[in-house]
Design a protein around this ligand. Structure first.
Ligand code: GBH
Length: 528
């Protein structure tokens, strides 16, 4: 070996030692394809893309109200026009065709169907719009997956207290019932709620989302209580009235980060990480998938903190036995949204809120890559761990990944189109899904990329772009342009995963790398 080769080996050895992550979660890339019946999808939601906020009889919803009040949303952006998908859905469908997805997940704007939230205000024009969309999708062989509630509550229902008022259980059921009746003959995949956690925490806890309520230790819990019961009632309506004839599937979509113990050999950290999982995912998943009730550890924590405050009951409402029976088992699959991971340590908090009741603190490893959103660090291995957690805790359900994706920072359109960081994100995360299926036997049946389009990113306005397609929000025509990531996803779908095309040469390559590293390590030891 020449000296330069020895040098290269040493360098390689050092690099490979550095690459071994301190907590040992990242594993080698897995080549291979997905099961034959695995399907690929992309997603949007009504308020984020439709625009057309005041046409064809639509009522006001809480995001219309929230955005129209200055100061709530970055740059005072609104969804008034958004991607104008209400008018441009044919173009959207062409983009999906080009991607090669078999499914499209979108949501219905409740206030188009019932302008004042109640069935007395039924608006046929709303149904007509979504029926046209469904027909156009089906004409293009794309299967619709409909979310009934992606956060845009009719304002009139908010005026009654929103999700802290249990009369919404009946109103949501009326709305769901009419959608099953009208579109059910053509649609067989339904989601009741998207991310009730976000609704109740950001909407009723910290007030960062509409309706902007800040009652983090009380209304947050009441909101969740009403939504869980609303989900259950709508599920039963589908189950008893429509399932036999429509033969579809209905579930809920829950969002969860993965919560990793900061120090996996410290039992306090492990317990805190589990509490954090139970407070976020278990809050909704435990009642629906396990026993009709909140996780014990969560109930106990909120109860104890409530007692310490001198209250005479827990701030978290409880379910009756009959309600538990009604809630338990209301799923045909597990809908999961996932974006990022945190490290968790125990922490005593002084105040009372959903966040502080769990006595845990989030930490982000500074080595994790950033995205265009401060909350979203790129940690692919967290998804694999989360999928195993779902399998182990909620009965090995069929899992539909209903969202996964990333925003990236870009200053120009050119930058935005050359989105290598998004390609890296998708490659890494989707590979972890493959590992979950092939190595851990998790029953993931579908993957959905968020999002088809750059769109209205809630309180961040249009500043954080999650799309596979760039949308020019300064142009009234809202033109769409495929990003590099759209081409990447198209190829990935075509390949149905990551077939190993390098054959023997790859093995040879890694043998040489292996040999070099061993040599390098020996040399390092010798010279140290
Ligand atoms: C999903 O939420 C949503 O379903 C989807 O609509 C959304 O566009 C997508 O993810 C990307 O965010 O710091 O107060 O501004 C995932 C959960 C909710 C996490 C909003 C980040 C920012 C809140 N996300 N949150 S705030």
């Amino acid at each position: 070996m020449r000296l330069s080769q020895v040098g290269a080996c040493v360098l390689l050895a050092v690099v490979s030692i550095q690459l071994v992550p301190c907590k040992g979660q990242a594993t080698e890339f897995l080549f291979g394809t997905f099961p034959d019946n695995f399907w690929w999808s992309t997603a949007t939601s009504s308020y984020q893309i439709e625009g057309a906020w005041n046409v064809s009889g639509k009522g006001l919803n809480i995001w219309d109200t929230y955005c129209h009040v200055g100061g709530n949303v970055n740059n005072n952006d609104t969804g008034d026009v958004a991607c104008d998908s209400y008018n441009k859905y044919d173009e959207d469908i062409k983009l999906m065709k080009e991607l090669g997805v078999s499914h499209y997940r979108f949501s219905i704007s409740w206030a188009r169907i019932f302008p004042d939230g109640t069935k007395a205000s039924y608006n046929q024009a709303g149904i007509d719009h979504y029926e046209k969309l469904v027909d156009a999708l089906k004409a293009n062989d794309i299967i619709p997956m409909i979310t009934l509630y992606h956060w845009d509550l009719p304002q009139a229902l908010q005026d009654m207290g929103g999700w802290t008022n249990e009369s919404l259980i009946g109103h949501f059921n009326d709305y769901a019932d009419v959608m099953f009746e009208k579109l059910g003959p053509k649609v067989d995949l339904w989601l009741t709620f998207n991310e009730p956690f976000v609704v109740c925490w950001l909407g009723y806890g910290v007030g960062a989302h509409a309706p902007g309520i800040k009652e983090a230790g009380t209304s947050t819990y009441e909101c969740a209580h009403t939504i869980i019961k609303s989900h259950a009632k709508a599920w039963h309506t589908y189950d008893t009235k429509y399932r036999a004839t429509q033969k579809g599937k209905i579930g809920i979509t829950l969002d969860s980060d993965w919560k990793e113990a900061f120090n996996a050999s410290n039992p306090d950290d492990v317990a805190a990480a589990d509490r954090a999982m139970q407070f976020k995912l278990g809050w909704f998943a435990h009642p629906i998938f396990v026993n009709g009730d909140y996780p014990e550890v969560m109930k106990a924590a909120v109860y104890n903190k409530s007692m310490a405050q001198g209250l005479d009951a827990s701030r978290q409402p409880s379910f009756t036995e009959a309600e538990k029976q009604e809630i338990k088992g209301t799923h045909d699959f597990f809908g999961l949204n996932h974006y990022t991971t945190q490290l968790i340590e125990p922490r005593d908090w002084e105040f009372e809120s959903w966040e502080q009741d769990q006595e845990a603190k989030e930490i982000r490893d500074p080595s994790w890559p950033d995205s265009g959103s401060d909350w979203l660090k790129v940690v692919p291995w967290g998804l694999r761990k989360l999928l195993s957690f779902v399998k182990d805790n909620y009965g090995n359900q069929e899992i539909i990944i209903t969202e996964n994706g990333v925003s990236i920072q870009s200053n120009t359109k050119e930058d935005a189109l050359n989105d290598q960081a998004r390609i890296d994100y998708y490659r890494g995360y989707i590979n972890e899904v493959l590992k979950a299926i092939r190595l851990d036997n998790v029953n993931v049946i579908a993957y959905t990329a968020w999002s088809l389009l750059d769109n209205f990113e809630w309180s961040r306005g249009y500043a954080e772009r999650f799309g596979l397609h760039y949308v020019d929000f300064d142009d009234p025509a809202r033109p769409r342009t495929a990003k590099e990531s759209a081409k990447y996803i198209k190829q990935l779908i075509k390949d149905h995963g990551f077939p190993d095309t390098s054959g023997g040469s790859k093995k040879q390559g890694s043998a040489i790398v292996g040999l070099c590293s061993v040599l390098g390590v020996i040399l390092l030891k010798l010279f140290n």
